[in-house]
Write a protein that binds this ligand. Structure first.
Ligand SMILES: [Zn+2]
Ligand SMILES: [Zn+2]
Length: 298
């Protein structure tokens, strides 16, 4: 069988596993069911934005791009998954294993931690995932190529919970499958990774983009909060590649000197050059490709 047909078969089989899992989950509404739990967590973030004091002037639905961001939630959290994001993660592992076979390596597992205490497993997955997400985020800012895609997220001048999903799909389909490789190395399947992503990662993103005025105090030095993430979105920061890349733990930024939380200033949201980013979804869809491939890059 050719490599291409092997990949296609693997994609089809993983995609049907995803469908079976999804159909089964949706048929059984329960709090412990991941899909429903994530949906409720999203709703909770909106409710908190309504009832807590606002950090910025606008209300939840009055925010200029609220409906566009809601569309981004549907696009990045539903459509990309329906089209095969989960299968793409599994296929990336499959292709990587095929590549490693050239060097006589026939299993990606360097150790299997799936027999450990479940809480210890969650802790290890959490730290591993968080570091990989942090590193991917640093690359998104420092690579000129990927920055054109990530600029879509940073061109936003008003933030609310759903702003977290306002990003270019290329970010997701490039980096998320790559971050799965270390998970495969310690014994996890693509489905474990997928569930971890949509619960821990997506829900925390909703939290950090919320428009609420809560002082997080010393917690800012441990976890990424709406206060610390607002500075990630600030244009009044004199660091070329930005600050506060954290996904959940702020310790990586503290360790590598990228943490920034001034007490005497307020963040001004947006990015230098953000005005050239189109305001429509289609325009944003095309923009990074045009910038990277039109040959007119600055
Ligand atoms: Zn960023
Ligand atoms: Zn953000």
């Amino acid at each position: 069988m050719s490599f291409f047909s092997e990949i296609t078969n693997e994609f089809a089989s993983q995609q049907s596993q995803f469908w079976n899992y999804t159909k089964d989950s949706l048929k059984h509404p329960a709090l412990k069911n991941v899909y429903y739990a994530v949906f409720l967590a999203y709703l909770l973030c909106f409710v908190l934005e309504i009832i807590l004091p606002k950090q910025r002037k606008h209300g939840v639905m009055l925010r200029k791009y609220f409906w566009q961001d809601t569309f981004y939630v549907l696009f990045n959290d539903i459509l990309i998954n329906v089209l095969g994001f989960f299968a793409l993660c599994a296929v990336t592992e499959f292709a990587f294993l095929k590549f490693m076979a050239l060097f006589n390596v026939h299993s990606l597992k360097v150790m299997d931690i799936t027999h450990l205490n479940p809480w210890l497993q969650i802790l290890i997955m959490f730290i591993l995932q968080d570091f990989c997400e942090w590193l991917a985020h640093v690359i998104l800012h420092r690579s000129n190529f990927f920055w054109e895609f990530h600029k879509i997220h940073h061109a936003q001048e008003e933030l609310g919970a759903a702003s977290t999903r306002h990003f270019h799909w290329v970010e997701m389909i490039v980096f998320k499958p790559l971050i799965f490789i270390p998970f495969a190395m310690i014994g996890y399947s693509a489905v474990d990774y997928f569930l971890f992503q949509i619960t821990v990662q997506n829900v925390w993103g909703f939290f950090t983009h919320m428009n609420i005025k809560v002082k997080w105090g010393w917690l800012n030095y441990i976890i990424n909060t709406p206060e610390s993430h607002a500075w990630h979105h600030a244009k009044n920061v004199d660091r070329k590649y930005g600050v506060n890349y954290a996904s959940i733990l702020n310790i990586w930024d503290l360790m590598f000197g990228h943490f920034h939380l001034p007490k005497d200033k307020q963040p001004i949201l947006g990015v230098v050059g953000g005005k050239e980013v189109p305001t429509t979804f289609i325009g944003q869809f095309i923009y990074p490709f045009k910038k990277n491939f039109s040959g007119k890059k600055k």
